[in-house]
Ligand binder design. Structure first.
Ligand code: FMN
Length: 271
């Protein structure tokens, strides 16, 4: 199968595919679109998706795997704005497990987040074993405690968190959430960090539609990023694989009844 297959009966040579190509590798010849530099194609699938006549197929972004989109935009602006703003960081959870199938569905959507050069390349760990979650919180606190004791300035503001954990056992790291998602990629994957941020943000947003809450577990990520062995051992990370994002998921104990405001927009047009 060639990378790009043109159905000559359906193709009107309108050039939409060529115009939409992310990396400019589709040219228009007299017989229709042509893949000029196959090795530079990033398989984003735009060419197939925009064709008004379904005249294109692509080996790495097959037409049969593309879901028809009957309406665009999918949400009206007010619904979309409320949807986005209703995502909040949840730090109190019901003691209810999240079905593994739901976690899988959240991560399925994460696959559609943008990634540099469509590199994608993330994989995930999911942990719902309560005992393991408690151990992960405990070793993360140990790591944070060590930093606090070294006198590192930024760590000082979290001394109180460590104290609360030590004195009360309150899980200030994973918030007793029933599930932790860990985004990983090979340590030398240069676009991994950004991609993981976007992918997990898709998870956060999509989770709200299942009445699920989420929160970035930033301390766990920093702890893993610092190569803290007790944590890496608990995560059973393969050699050369880095933790690029960590997020807790569960059913919120409290639901926000209001959408908060934020700092006013700062915008300057430059011309
Ligand atoms: C990269 C990142 C790491 C974060 N880590 C933590 C964390 O470790 N613990 C926590 O309670 N919140 C964490 N947060 C959540 C922020 O505190 C939160 O997004 C911010 O206060 C705004 O509140 P909102 O998300 O409810 O709108 C993190 C957020 C980001 C983006």
């Amino acid at each position: 199968m060639a990378l790009l297959i043109v159905n000559q009966e359906l193709c009107t040579k309108c050039g939409t595919c060529s115009e939409s190509c992310a990396v400019g590798v589709i040219g228009m010849a007299s017989e229709g679109p042509q893949m000029l530099v196959p090795e530079a194609c990033n398989a984003c699938g735009h060419c197939v998706a925009v064709c008004p006549n379904a005249a294109l197929d692509h080996e790495k972004a097959p037409l049969k795997n593309q879901k028809p989109l009957p309406r665009f935009p999918v949400l009206d602006p007010e619904t979309a704005a409320d949807f986005i703003r209703s995502r909040r960081s949840i730090r109190n959870y019901e003691d209810v497990a999240v079905p593994r199938e739901l976690i899988r569905q959240l991560l399925e959507i994460a696959r559609f987040a943008p990634s540099g050069y469509n590199s994608q390349g993330l994989s995930y760990l999911a942990i719902d074993n309560k005992d393991l979650l408690r151990k992960i919180a405990a070793v993360t606190i140990d790591w944070l405690d060590e930093l606090v004791k070294t006198g590192l300035p930024w760590a000082q503001r979290f001394a109180g968190l460590v104290e609360v954990y030590r004195n009360t056992g309150k899980d200030v790291i994973l918030r007793d959430a029933p599930c932790l998602i860990v985004a990983t990629a090979p340590a030398d994957f240069v676009m991994g960090q950004d991609s993981a941020r976007f992918a997990l943000e898709y998870v956060e947003l999509y989770a709200t539609s299942f009445s699920l809450g989420t929160c970035w577990a930033g301390f766990v990520q920093m702890c893993a990023g610092a190569n803290y062995q007790p944590l890496l051992e608990l995560l059973k990370l393969t050699e050369g694989i880095a933790v690029l994002g960590t997020m807790i998921v569960g059913y919120p104990k409290h639901i926000c009844k209001r959408l908060v405001d934020r700092n006013p927009l700062e915008l300057r047009w430059v011309d």
